[in-house]
Design a protein around this ligand. Structure first.
Ligand code: FCB
Length: 450
């Protein structure tokens, strides 16, 4: 037992390609929707882009040594589709595959198990130009890319996730426009969600083999009603439907939630795709949960819907998030570790024997590099301690929770927030690219190695 966890429990840290790699024009990489979006004025805080980010493309060996030194035994990274198939379809770029082979082999040299995510949001731009996740063809191209990548790397990478947080790709990318590609039609978010899920299912079908382990990383969150009133409870049902059940039910129960399709007026659109449900719902080896915070919602005073507005809540645009007075991170996200329990327990109820991983968990706080070169991030350490304690309890209770990945190994490009939010357990000085292990990282190291 390591501090109350069984010996086989996986301890890792996570990153994502566009957030850390940089080297956007190197070795044949093509542009992704995030390159285009980040270079569009007004999209990202301070006009930042991922052009350089952590320069992980050139510094991954140093970063992996650091990860191994911290006592971590697993690295969750994502593969950039535009490095492997720059145009999105047909022609494969050997230099892209070679990069991820070097990365995976370096993991193995350090005794670190690689966990690869095939899609952490960097869709090749040519595919967006052809309709993006609004068209079925993109799901098929994703299957082809997954097949090529898996065939080339499956001797060194055994643990695979298809998508990272399809809720974000669909609802922030196509509904509210806060993320690439920046589209703002509520119904489009639902269409994108279906094609993402279909892409997941098709990819899984194409890559599954007995030696590997295959899953998906979702970002479900507990949704609470602000009061016991019927209106607030209905608001919570609607938001829970969009955020959680729209993804969990097709994946784990082979159906779309009827109430969500009704709330959004999408029943007929989804009815055409009944035949996709068995593909989407094919058995998984695990589900990854990215958990940050719960949400509490209240019904609006007026009408619940305002069609036509940019939204993450199509059909329920006017439902509001309520501040319940919990402490918050720099993102404004309330801190409540028991929410991690709630969400893992609810998935376990839906799929009782399915192995679960926490594939992301962490917090942004305004870190300061002190004159003596340290970062005393007590708040982040406390956040990690509280959430890891919940994992320990759940494992002791017999929940099939198999691992925990801190988000993130490194401070990095936090999407629309650019470099203004730091989630790392390792501080990155962007000017010098120097890495400095924060107090939270030292604490984790001590926890894992003592
Ligand atoms: C998750 C993303 C990850 C990171 C964290 C803070 O939604 O998967 O890339 O941005 O949030």
């Amino acid at each position: 037992m390591t501090n109350g966890f069984p010996p086989g429990f996986t301890w890792g840290a996570a990153t994502a390609s566009y957030q850390v790699e940089g080297a956007v024009s190197v070795d044949g990489r093509g542009p992704s929707i995030w390159d285009t979006f980040a270079h569009t004025p007004g999209t990202i805080a301070d006009g930042a882009t991922g052009d350089v980010a952590d320069d992980h493309y050139h510094r991954f060996a140093e970063d992996l040594r650091l990860l191994a030194d911290l006592g971590l035994k697993a690295y969750r990274f994502s593969i950039a589709w535009p490095r492997i198939i720059p145009s999105g379809s047909t022609v494969t770029n050997p230099a892209g595959l070679a990069f991820y082979r070097r990365l995976a082999e370096t993991c193995l040299e350090y005794g670190v198990t690689p966990y690869a995510t095939l899609y952490h949001w960097d869709l090749p731009q040519p595919l967006e130009d052809a309709g993006g996740w609004l068209v079925r063809d993109t799901a098929e191209r994703f299957r082809d890319y997954a097949a090529v990548t898996h065939a080339a790397l499956s001797d060194v990478v055994k643990n695979w996730m298809t998508l990272n947080e399809p809720w974000c790709s669909a609802f922030l990318g196509y509904g509210s426009g806060e993320h690439a590609p920046g589209r703002t039609v509520g119904a489009d978010a639902l269409k994108a969600a279906h094609h993402l899920l279909l892409g997941h299912g098709l990819a899984l079908e194409a890559i599954r083999c007995p030696e590997g382990s295959y899953g998906i990383a979702l970002n479900p969150a507990p949704i609470h009603a602000a009061s016991d009133s019927a209106a607030d409870r209905d608001a919570a049902r609607r938001v829970d439907g969009l955020r959680n059940r729209l993804f969990l039910e097709p994946l784990l129960a082979g159906k779309y939630p009827a109430d969500v399709l009704e709330d959004t007026g999408m029943t007929d659109w989804f009815a055409q795709f009944e035949a996709d449900l068995p593909v989407i719902g094919a058995p998984l080896d695990f589900v990854g949960v990215n958990y940050y915070c719960p949400t509490t919602v209240a019904a609006p005073d007026g009408p619940i819907s305002s069609p036509g507005e940019p939204t993450t809540q199509p059909g329920s645009e006017n439902i509001v998030a309520v501040d319940t007075g919990l402490p918050k991170t720099q993102m404004g996200w309330p801190v409540q570790a028991s929410g991690l329990r709630d969400i893992l327990v609810s998935i376990n109820k839906l799929a009782p024997d399915l192995p679960l991983y926490v594939t992301e968990n962490g917090a942004a706080y305004p870190d300061e590099l002190t004159a003596d070169g340290t970062v005393e991030d007590h708040d982040r350490q406390a956040y990690l301690e509280q959430h890891i304690a919940v994992c320990r309890e759940l494992v002791a209770e017999g929940l099939p929770l198999k691992g925990y990945f801190a988000w993130s190994l490194l401070d990095n490009f936090e999407w629309a927030f650019g470099f203004s939010r730091r989630f790392g357990i390792v501080y990155v000085d962007y000017a010098s690219q120097q890495r400095i292990v924060k107090k939270s990282g030292r604490w984790l190291q001590e926890f894992l190695t003592s």
